[in-house]
Design a protein. Structure first.
Length: 159
């Protein structure tokens, strides 16, 4: 009886430690219980791949809209030059490409990484390009987004 009282007293002293351990164990088991081990359906794979595509016209349109929001820039048009295209590197075995099941009987190659085009230069045409502070702000904005140096960005006045 005395040993039971000692055990109860020790559990009361370490109840917070015990609660933390139980909570940690629960978190470890949670992903297995939530069904996260299910594989993506075959229909989801093309949607995931299409999200990784690079659309130069879309990038130019987004940047044109962003530049036009710069104070004093006015209407703007951005033209980008890039080198290369989207390249997908696949994992390979000695006898070919490594394939995994994507569920539903479909298979897909194992993708290691994507290489996107590299920006080579940018031309920005905007109404406020005659003002030095606008040219500077536009150049800095494009440097931040594209990673280009100021020597590869030309800002000219839109006619």
């Amino acid at each position: 009886m005395r040993s039971l009282e000692k055990l109860t007293a020790k559990l009361k002293e370490g109840k917070y430690v015990l609660l933390v351990l139980l909570f940690g164990l629960l978190l470890l088991l949670l992903p297995r219980c939530s069904g996260s081990e299910t594989e993506p359906e075959a229909a989801e794979v093309p949607a995931q791949l299409s999200a990784l595509e690079f659309d130069l016209a879309e990038q130019e349109a987004r940047l044109s809209e962003a530049v036009s929001l710069i104070d004093g820039a006015g209407k703007a048009k951005v033209v980008l030059s890039v080198r290369g295209g989207v390249q997908r590197e696949l994992a390979a075995e000695a006898d070919g490409t490594l394939i995994v099941s994507t569920g539903g009987g479909a298979q897909a190659p194992v993708e290691l990484r994507y290489t996107y085009p590299e920006y080579q230069g940018a031309l920005v045409l905007c109404e406020g390009a005659h003002q030095a502070q606008v040219r500077l702000a536009v150049t800095e904005a494009l440097r931040a987004v594209t990673g280009l140096g100021a020597d590869r960005i030309t800002v000219a006045r839109l006619a």
